[in-house]
Write a protein that binds this ligand. Structure first.
Ligand code: ATP
Ligand code: MG
Length: 503
């Protein structure tokens, strides 16, 4: 007889309400040592809430948590961590001007200052789990992947054996994702328990041992990864229908050039390398993708084009009017809608409600005789909520209560509603579930008929599905621009993105 190993963590009947919303409803789940769990579910399904309960950030309204058979109650993340449960949040909690070792030490129990021994043990942990990072490096000099390793070291240094990750791959490059999965496997082989939230079904297939699926606050499926045959099965479990993520792209009918830039460099007044000698044009009726691995200058380029940071040199022609780069950001440009990658920081305000957020960039549209017409804005917001299935609390709820993906959909809906000449969409589906991704892709293709679309993405599948032309950016320069119809170009795009081929 084989008996299954005792659970390291057992949840029963976990329920959590936020006002009228039941974010978690009677959830039972048990976790074992030496397993990697993928937690899936649509935006707003309750994944982050459940993990925050495990990590002591929220307390459940009902239900119990048992740790190695004993009932526990965490009043704070510190208490959860003392019980061996640690969480790596999406937004890293590191002090940028301090070193890796100092960050890890800060996270340790207060009052202990064994700096030398600590330094040595950090190295030891790093080697043992394959977490390549220099303890003496300053966090501000590290890539996102390296910062994430510091977060993991922080937890390991506190002897956590259940490690929880909220969408850990969203900020990583392809190579860094592969590296993270190797770390997951090392941790698992040492008997640790990994739980990670993701929307990328191929990641689930690549690394998970066990899969749990949430829908509308409930745990609707728990299964062994070995029993899942395809991503299609998973998608069906998540949303109740098949999603193939193949959008129909009618041939482009490019019209007049909306934006043309040449010799563009920036950002001005910054020591960051930024971008250089950027040239492209994008016409009404087409989608131009600029694809690159995160950190290759595209974030600065997007902010510069959106007028948020000053450009250094170059020329732009927008709707027939010519601009010198330094003048471009002086005032907002009528006809540009911008969906930034960092939606909760730059695109929305958490403390005000959905309707007010919807009005943020459209004050002129919704004002009448110097007064804001809230009724009309509410109707427009309600239509957007309906179209993109934005869930969470209703129109009067503060935007800060929305789940990550739902906030993203709200910003996107608002920007599309502005009827722009140029839509600047930066990582528009990052953090979105498969159903929402499909809806956004369709919305962008639909938008193509009306405006020029500049899509800035790190997701090759997204670029290939949507774009008419793909420009690859590497170390701040566009290496080449390739017609997306050319399927033989896929390998070349990958090589260019990795800097292994020149333009
Ligand atoms: N602090 C809060 N106050 C009020 N409502 C909240 C709060 N946190 C979450 N919610 C609501 O609880 C529900 C579950 O949200 P949660 O963040 O757990 O979803 P999620 O599955 O992580 O979604 P996503 O994939 O979009 O990140 C949502 O309806 C959300 O609006
Ligand atoms: Mg979440």
């Amino acid at each position: 007889m084989t008996s299954s190993p005792p659970a390291v963590l057992e949840l029963s009947g976990i329920t959590k309400h936020f006002g009228d919303i039941t974010a978690n409803r009677a959830i039972d789940w048990s976790l074992n040592a030496g397993r990697i769990y993928a937690l899936l579910g649509e935006n707003g399904a309750g994944k982050s809430t459940l993990m925050s309960i495990l990590a002591g950030r929220y307390q459940p309204d009902a239900g119990t948590i048992r740790r190695q058979g004993r009932t526990v109650r965490f009043q704070s993340p510190a208490q959860a961590l003392a019980a061996g449960i640690g969480m790596v949040y999406q937004r890293f909690m590191l002090v940028a001007p301090l070193s890796v070792a100092e960050n890890i030490r800060l996270h340790g129990a207060a009052g202990r200052s064994r700096s030398d021994r600590q330094g040595a043990s950090i190295r030891e942990l790093a080697v043992r789990y394959g977490l390549a990072v220099d303890p003496d490096a300053l966090v501000q000099d590290l890539s996102m992947g390296e910062r994430q390793r510091v977060e993991i070291l922080k937890l390991l240094n506190r002897r956590a054996d259940i490690l929880i990750f909220d969408e850990p791959t969203a900020v990583l490059t392809h190579t860094e994702i592969a590296g993270l999965f190797e770390v997951f496997q090392r941790l698992r082989d040492e008997g640790k328990t990994i739980v990670f939230i993701t929307h990328k079904l191929e990641e689930v297939m690549a690394v998970a041992d066990e899969i749990a699926v949430m829908r509308r606050g409930r745990m609707v499926a728990r299964l062994a990864a070995a029993d899942v045959r395809s991503q299609h099965d998973l998608a069906r479990l998540m949303v109740g229908r098949e999603i193939i993520l193949n959008v129909d792209k009618p041939p482009a009918a490019p019209g007049e050039t909306v934006l043309a830039v040449s010799g563009l460099s920036g950002p001005a007044g910054s020591s960051r390398p930024g971008f250089e000698e950027i040239a492209f044009e994008v016409r009404r009726g087409e989608i131009l993708a600029i694809i690159g691995v995160a950190g290759n200058g595209q974030e600065d380029l997007a902010a510069g084009l959106a007028g948020l940071t000053p450009l250094k040199t170059g020329r732009l022609t927008f709707k027939g009017r010519r601009w010198r780069a330094p003048q471009w950001g002086r005032k907002p440009h009528e006809g540009i809608a911008y969906i930034p990658a960092d939606r909760d920081r730059t695109a929305s305000v958490g403390a005000i409600d959905l309707v007010e957020n919807f009005m943020l960039t459209q004050l002129a549209v919704f004002s009448r005789a110097l007064r804001l017409d809230r009724r009309r804005a509410a109707a427009a917001t309600a239509a957007a909520v309906e179209r993109f299935a934005i869930r969470g609390g209703g129109l009067k709820a503060p935007a800060g209560n929305l789940s990550g993906g739902n906030l993203q959909k709200l910003v996107l809906a608002r920007e599309l509603a502005r009827h722009p000449d140029l839509l600047l969409a930066e990582q528009p589906t990052q953090g979105l579930d498969v159903r929402a991704t499909e809806a956004v892709w369709q919305a962008l293709l639909h938008q193509r008929a009306a405006s020029a679309v500049l899509l800035i993405t790190g997701d090759l599948k997204e670029a290939l599905s949507l774009a008419d032309r793909i420009a690859v950016i590497f170390r701040g320069r566009i290496l080449d621009t390739i017609a997306a119809r050319d399927s033989a170009a896929i390998d070349r795009i990958k090589l260019l993105m990795a800097g292994l081929e020149t333009g």
